[in-house]
Design a protein around this ligand. Structure first.
Ligand SMILES: [Mn+2]
Length: 332
């Protein structure tokens, strides 16, 4: 169990009927699975729920919303207003900082209703919401949403179970990372009992590669380099590389994991040129280096073992800057 007091959520829900859910830019499995599961649960409670996200839906996760009715991509030209006009309250999932809200942050800043965060990230902007239901020791926001749904006494439907299993599986590296515990697997067992098709979910996420994505894996691996006597490894993905193989930026989601799969590597990072400019830094630690502190040097954040930030271009300067920062954090 987390240390979250879920009665704060039930009080919040008693006061509001029309609720907007949102999650972070470039949403991952935890973000989307948590959001979708909570949306279904709140629907069961008779709430009017809209999921409005700052980024479009990555094709990889389209199975979470097969009829394309749940997730809406926020447009700041006014065309999303019909979804937001009568909203009474906002629930923000899997993030605690303004920078992770992207353009949707502009709408959130002017929104007069109450805001509640459900999250497990370390970094926190205290003015993002009035209520923070956060436990940074928990492996996935999906697990917090699982607890929330139980607290709300809603039966977990196969759809909710699918979202929650996706969320927990993706934030634990499909139950391989050190944040996987016996409790993680007990919850997963419950979710399978509730109708989550675990093997199907795996196939949908990992066995629907496009040729472009696989070729991108090849290019990314070809760019791998090491430093600090093989304790640090990194790879880069340029916009040109994406274009050459016909891959989407979302195809790069978990390629950073290859950097820490090299024997002896304690810290790995991936730098990806973003379509709209800037460089996305993804960090992974398998040793004593705290990724969150390192990402913090570039205005980012996350967890001890996995964090991210955005750096200015060009990409070779970004590599230099990260290696300089690593030098300050690595013990010799
Ligand atoms: Mn998460």
């Amino acid at each position: 169990m987390s240390g979250v007091d879920w009665s704060l959520l039930s009080d919040f829900l008693k006061r509001h009927e029309r609720i907007v859910l949102t999650t972070h830019i470039r949403p991952d499995g935890d973000a989307l699975g948590s959001e979708m599961a909570l949306a279904h649960a709140l629907n069961r409670l008779g709430k009017d729920v809209r999921c409005v996200n700052t980024s479009p839906m990555p094709p990889r996760y389209d199975f979470l919303d097969p009829d394309r009715r749940i997730f809406h991509h926020y447009q700041d030209d006014g065309s999303s207003n019909y979804l937001l006009r009568d909203a009474q309250a906002l629930i923000i999932l899997d993030l605690s900082s303004w920078s992770q809200l992207g353009r949707f942050g502009n709408w959130v800043r002017q929104f007069r209703g109450p805001r509640l965060v459900i999250d497990h990230h370390v970094s926190r902007d205290t003015d993002l919401a009035q209520t923070f239901l956060v436990d940074t020791s928990i492996e996935a926001t999906g697990r917090l949403v699982f607890e929330a749904i139980r607290h709300l006494k809603v039966n977990i439907s196969p759809e909710m179970a699918t979202g929650l299993l996706t969320a927990i599986a993706m934030d634990t590296g499909w139950f391989r990372h050190s944040n996987t515990s016996a409790d993680t697997l007990r919850i997963v067992a419950d979710l399978i009992d509730s109708g989550a098709p675990i093997s199907d979910i795996f196939k949908k996420i990992f066995e629907r590669n496009t040729l472009g994505r696989l070729k991108l894996v090849g290019k990314t691996l070809a760019s791998l380099q090491t430093a600090f006597d093989g304790r640090v490894a990194w790879a880069t993905i340029t916009r040109q590389a994406l274009e050459d193989v016909g891959a989407l930026p979302t195809d790069a989601e978990d390629l950073v994991d290859y950097t820490v799969s090299v024997g002896g590597v304690e810290l790995g990072f991936l730098l990806t040129e973003l379509p709209a400019g800037g460089i996305k830094l993804s960090l992974r630690s398998r040793g004593s280096i705290d990724c969150c502190l390192l990402a913090g040097e570039f205005g980012g954040g996350g967890h001890r073992a996995a964090s991210g930030a955005t750096l200015p271009e060009p990409i070779d300067k970004a590599v230099e800057a990260v290696l300089k920062a690593v030098e300050r954090h690595i013990d010799r």
